[in-house]
Design a protein around this ligand. Sequence first.
Ligand code: 5CU
Ligand code: ZN
Length: 361
Amino acid sequence: MPVVDVHTHMYPPVYMDLLRSRQQIPYVRSFPDDPAAGDRLVILPAEDTASTSRGRPIGSEYYDVNEKLSFMSKHNIDISVLSLANPWLDWLPPDSAAETARKVNDDVERMCSEHEGKLFAFGTLPLSAPADEIVAEIDRLVTLPHHRGIVMGTSGLGSGLDDPELDPLYASLEKHEQMIFLHPHYGMPTSVYGPRANDYGHVLPLALGFPLETTVAVTRMLLSGVWDRFPNLKVLLAHSGGTLPFLAGRIESCIAHDAHLKKEGKLRARRDVWDILKKNIYLDAVIYSEVGLKAAIDASGADRLMFGTDHPFFPPLDEGEDEWLSVKSNSAAVHTASSGDSKMASAVMGDNAVRVLRLHS
Ligand code: 5CU
Ligand code: ZN
């Protein structure tokens, strides 16, 4: 049984060079006078303002492919499907975005081809570029042997994933049978978390803001009829769908009781969220508990769930802790949620990913 990690990030060397060349978000701060301080990654506005500890530590596990391979071997992971970590290329000026995307995707393709059979990737789109350049990159990614779809945040071209301007991209991804790996980055406005939010570190934005961001983005896709127009568009949702499996019933109930939607004729002949969860949506198994995973299985089916780790985020806090708690919790949840059904456990741990993402050697 192969173990496949479908949620695992990297900043390839080409992207690291970009981060190191900048002084505005996103950027990497180094301290040449105090090398022991280590580099710091600043990708969120809140991290840019926090006095002395600005940013978060960033080490070679973010950009050195050998660190990825060593993490995989320590945790018995056979194949990783790499994705660029947030905030991807969302922030690039439109005129340089397409060229940068080509360089970043080629850098990742190089790493995959140097470790044949162990590494595949979701590509990154130059979403700030003109639509024809974005579609050209989708067409090009299909020709890269180790690429299997694309990773994307919730902002799309800048105004969300229900933006009709995204239709040419959706059409192209559907035509090429390329999966979108949808991942949060922007969270919720900080005012949502209340006046003492900083006392609680990253818990409120990461545990709640990220999953809600994903849920809002997918619900907007649903409400705008993306899957009615693109019935074969496949989307893999990070963090087991945010809160979508748990809230799907409430979303449908609110739609069914909305007089405005009824008057506009939008309740007729629409596909509901349950249908989309079972035919278009795939979920990673990065939810760290049996309860969350069972909701994901109930909503989409165990044949649409795929193991992930979120490496290199959430590293152990203590020195010398070799096994990452995040990996342990996610694989334990898969095994308990499968309650002795070893076929189901193997499917979620790797067989589904091999089938869905065509990872056969
Ligand atoms: O939870 C996650 O997926 C992440 C991620 O990918 N990037 C990040 O900055 N924090 C958490
Ligand atoms: Zn992630």
